[in-house]
Write a protein that binds this ligand. Structure first.
Ligand code: NAD
Length: 488
């Protein structure tokens, strides 16, 4: 059954699922509101249940053999057509995602949505370029074969939903798997727009499906389906554990890209202006960035100097409407999330932590939270140890390299780290001792799609990116042929 389409601020969007090549609606819906103005209802979205989960997995299972049989050369053109269509529609998708999750429209238009196109293009190319490992040992000639694994469930969070979803769906499809994507219920629209492009790119029905709805309902039903052969998840460590339990039940390989609490380490020999400017960037997207370096660790000898420059850099932030090019701080996604962020700061005050900057949740009417910096009473403070996922940073000092590394590694997370130093030796020394999936030195968010990506500790399980992703989405076979076996 297919439902009506809706008009979201002049853009035509479907509020429905996309299963087996067509729109499917549900009996019940849920409201999708804009963080820019919470009284603005954008859509009533189809609220998937176990029924839609079963339909979508069934479609993906049925479409799998033919999609897998196409081979890399047969599949790659679909991904490339989809990439071209994304590029054509960047403006519309950016606008809708801006209304839906309030990320800055300018940044969505210039760098985030077109990363979706890059994801599909890059994986079409990488899959084509695969050169299997071949070697001889123990009297046999050996080769590693990649086989498509099967129906794959991809579950994604509400921040940057289009980019994060395509990052996982692209390698899964390129590897020959069929996909069921479930985006987060707080920002469901841009992924629905992706399905219009999938249809336009003429993907065979059932190859790329979308179900909308709540995690505990349709998400849980998807990961509990024994027909699913891979699960790829991005979200919080709490949900990551549930996904892991479901994967364990059916012995299905899964990856989980989870939360972060990255250190941002500034050594005395760093370019302090550059470090302060970059530290102020950690407030971008209202701090709703898993990779952000949210714990500022500054060498004691330059602490005051750095803080002055950092205050200056932070004062340039402008809270406002995400559609406005002058705005640098958008609202938080949802009233529940606003209260969560505010709760951290309120509890920090009660705990005796010192709020150095910001902390005034009423600075702007609506869901905006001021850029806030907290000097914790000690390293055990909740604001140091738990991910806040808002524009709230902590500030601590260290005396020497050993203490910097100790503090950097003192939380259960390990997704990313940022280091500012002018010394290459120190960059290598400290960079190799900090426990994080990605360490950036004198830069931030520079992404090479072929690099392994993931987290250590509660920041994740497994790696995606480049061949790491293509291996994960494949079943690997080691083929061993006794030397001297004749050809023909
Ligand atoms: P979340 O864990 O609440 O939800 C993520 C997704 O899981 C949503 O689609 C949700 O509907 C679904 N879900 C919830 N319960 C489920 C269940 N029982 N079974 C199946 N699916 C379920 O996370 P969120 O609040 O949407 O996102 C914020 C979190 O994501 C933060 O911790 C952030 O750091 C993390 N994140 C990590 C990365 C990364 O690359 N490591 C990137 C972006 C966000």
């Amino acid at each position: 059954m297919s439902g009506a389409r809706i008009n979201v601020d002049g853009v035509d969007v479907s509020p429905d699922h996309f299963i087996d090549g067509r729109r499917v609606t549900s009996k019940r819906t849920f409201e999708d509101r804009s963080p820019l103005d919470w009284s603005w209802k954008l859509a009533d979205i189809a609220r998937g249940t176990a029924l839609e989960a079963q339909l979508a997995v069934g479609a993906a299972v049925a479409a799998f053999p033919a999609w897998a049989a196409l081979g890399v050369e047969g599949r790659a053109p679909y991904l490339e057509r989809l990439a071209d269509l994304i590029d054509e529609h960047v403006e519309r998708i950016a606008h809708v995602e801006c209304l839906d999750m309030a990320m800055l429209e300018d940044s969505l238009r210039r760098r985030v949505i077109n990363r979706g196109a890059r994801n599909f293009r890059a994986y079409a190319q990488l899959a084509r370029e695969y050169s299997p490992r071949r070697w001889s040992s123990n009297g046999t000639d050996n080769e590693v074969l990649r086989h498509p694994a099967g129906a794959t469930v991809v579950i994604t969070p509400w921040n940057a939903p289009f980019m994060l979803s395509t990052w996982k769906c692209a390698p899964a499809l390129a590897a020959g798997n069929t996909v069921i994507l479930k985006p987060a219920e707080w920002s469901p629209l841009s992924c629905s727009m992706l399905m219009d492009l999938v249809e336009e790119a003429d993907f065979p029905p059932g190859v790329f499906n979308l179900v909308q709805g709540f995690g505990e309902e349709v998400g849980a039903a998807l990961v509990d389906d024994p027909r699913v052969r891979r699960i790829s998840f991005t979200g919080s460590p709490e949900t990551g554990r549930l996904i892991g339990e479901a994967a364990a039940k059916h012995l299905v390989p899964f990856t989980a890209e989870l939360g972060g609490k990255g250190p941002f380490i500034v050594f005395a020999d760093a370019d302090l202006d550059a470090a302060a400017q970059k530290a102020a960037v950690m407030f971008d997207d209202a701090g709703q960035v898993c990779l952000a370096g949210t714990r500022l660790l500054v060498e004691a000898s330059v602490f005051d100097d750095f803080v002055e420059r950092f205050r200056d850099a932070t004062s340039r932030h402008v809270l406002g409407d995400s559609r406005d090019a002058h705005t640098t701080i958008s609202p938080l996604i949802h009233p529940e999330h606003f209260n969560r962020v505010k709760g951290f700061v309120d509890r920090a005050r009660q705990h005796g932590d010192h709020v150095l900057l910001g902390g005034d949740e009423a600075a702007h009417e609506g869901l905006w939270y001021q850029p806030t910096v907290i000097e914790p009473r000690d390293n055990d403070s909740e604001v140091v140890q738990r991910e806040i996922f808002g524009p709230v940073l902590t500030l601590q000092r260290f005396e020497d390299e050993a203490e910097a590394v100790r503090l950097a590694n003192s939380t259960p997370y390990g997704l990313s780290a940022v280091i500012y130093t002018s010394s290459h030796d120190r960059a290598t020394r400290v960079g190799s001792r900090v426990r994080a999936g990605t360490v950036w030195v004198n830069c931030f968010l520079v992404r090479d799609l072929t690099a392994p990506f993931g987290g250590i500790g509660i920041s994740g399980v497994g790696r995606e990116g480049g061949d790491y992703a293509l291996d994960f989405y494949s079943d690997l076979t080691t083929l061993q042929i006794k030397e001297g076996t004749t050809h023909g």
